[in-house]
Design a protein around this ligand. Structure first.
Ligand code: SAH
Length: 384
């Protein structure tokens, strides 16, 4: 059985005391309870080694009298930093790097940012690692733009961890629970990392979304692609496409991919990623997915398959109304929140579509989050 000295305060790994097989059973049950009424729920796809899977690791910094500078996680529901040195879920190398930043901050007399007063400098550190490439990005999030003895700091950090490939300084001076601010400066390397997924290479910038569990992402995408049963002739939509991973992964099995994503940085990454992989039939648009789909519906576009992978809040009626108007043959819905998924399936299945089947994928072992991929098809029309 696992244990962690701060698990009670953190709440990140709710199932830390539960054997992995039991976790999978529990998730299977939850998925069935919430979604069975829409269609068959297949057996959950679990992990072989369910530890240290998180390729994106975030640490908050604070200063406490008597303790000095600390880094770790926010106590559940608060902004009180609980010191953490290593975590069962997180990439181990990323945790080591964060410890080094903490030590260097002490040595360089860099103060931790104080959320209440706005004084101090170091606010968060974000580390992202490329699962296949081994590339590592460190983002130092500061409350103001000037890092004293910047060069030395970067040199020392790289000396301690030669595996770091890029370091970015990000400025966040707002009172917000968002980790990253808008302004940033590359201190070392390219300013992004690359990773390989489904045989393609993807650039990932600090502000772009990337699935946190690369091993399971490949299984998820393979299931999504299988559900889409592509013949090479389809025009497909990759909605909420992030850095373009799904669209680019299916590009050689379809005629054309149209990707839509709201986040500008992710859109830029997606465009570069299509080029980088020599893919010519993928176009990416920066827009709200619902509005964009509405425009496609109005223009009377013919769409064969839609992949949709919305954020936790789920999709919107605007998006789904456009879907109902466009009437693609197949919809592959990927969701990380079963409540909003159920709400959206309710909406779609009341109308033109039915859920053929669903497969849960355990992207987040030790937590109670579940990823789900569903295939929806058009209902057979009754012959009158
Ligand atoms: N399919 C991608 C990203 C999924 S995460 C992948 O597998 O990596 C959801 C994405 O939706 C994020 O990139 C987020 O920026 C984007 N997003 C959030 N709201 C959106 C909206 N209203 N319209 C379009 N994209 C949106």
């Amino acid at each position: 059985m696992m244990n962690c000295p701060v698990s009670k305060k953190c709440g990140g790994c709710r199932y830390i005391e539960m054997p992995y097989a039991d976790q999978l059973k529990k998730k299977q049950k939850t998925a069935e309870r919430l979604l069975k009424k829409y269609g068959r729920v297949n057996r959950i796809i679990g992990m072989e080694n369910p530890e240290h899977y998180r390729n994106k690791v975030h640490a908050a910094f604070a200063f406490y009298k008597g303790k000095g500078i600390v880094s770790g996680i926010y106590e559940e529901g608060t902004h009180h930093v609980v010191p953490v040195d290593s975590c069962l879920l997180e990439d181990a190398k990323a945790d080591e790097i964060i410890l080094s930043v903490r030590k260097l901050a002490k040595a360089f007399k860099i103060k931790a940012y104080d959320e209440d007063s706005g004084y101090g400098l170091l606010r968060h550190v974000l580390v992202r690692t490329g699962h296949v490439t081994g590339q590592i990005m460190v983002v130092l999030v500061l409350g103001s733009p000037v890092l004293p003895s910047k060069k030395n700091f970067v040199n020392e950090l790289c000396k301690l961890h030669p595996e770091i490939t890029t370091i970015v300084l990000n400025v966040n001076n707002k009172r917000t629970s968002m980790v990253l601010g808008d302004k940033q400066q590359v201190l070392y390397g390219k300013g992004y990392i690359e990773d390989r997924l489904c045989g393609r290479t993807f650039r990932i910038s600090p502000q772009s979304f990337y699935q946190v569990n690369a091993v399971q992402t490949e299984k998820l995408y393979n299931q999504a692609m299988a559900y889409a049963s592509l013949s090479g002739r389809e025009t497909v939509i990759d909605a909420y496409c992030g850095i373009g991973t799904i669209g680019i992964a299916v590009s050689d099995r379809v005629k054309r991919v149209i990707g839509v994503e709201l986040n500008q940085t992710a859109v830029k990454d997606a465009v570069v990623n299509a080029k980088r992989n020599g893919v010519k039939n993928v176009d990416i648009y920066q827009n709200d997915a619902g509005r964009f789909m509405g425009q496609l519906a109005e223009a009377g576009e013919k769409i064969d398959v839609v992949f949709m992978d919305p954020p936790r809040s789920g999709s919107t009626e605007e998006f789904m109304d456009a879907l109902l108007c466009l009437q693609p043959e197949r919809i592959v819905y990927i969701s990380c929140n079963l409540e909003t998924l159920a709400r959206d399936l309710e909406y779609l299945t009341r109308r033109t579509y039915h859920v053929q089947e669903m497969t849960p994928v355990d992207m987040f072992p030790f937590t109670d989050d579940i990823e789900m991929v569903c295939i929806l098809k058009k209902k057979m029309r009754k012959i009158v």
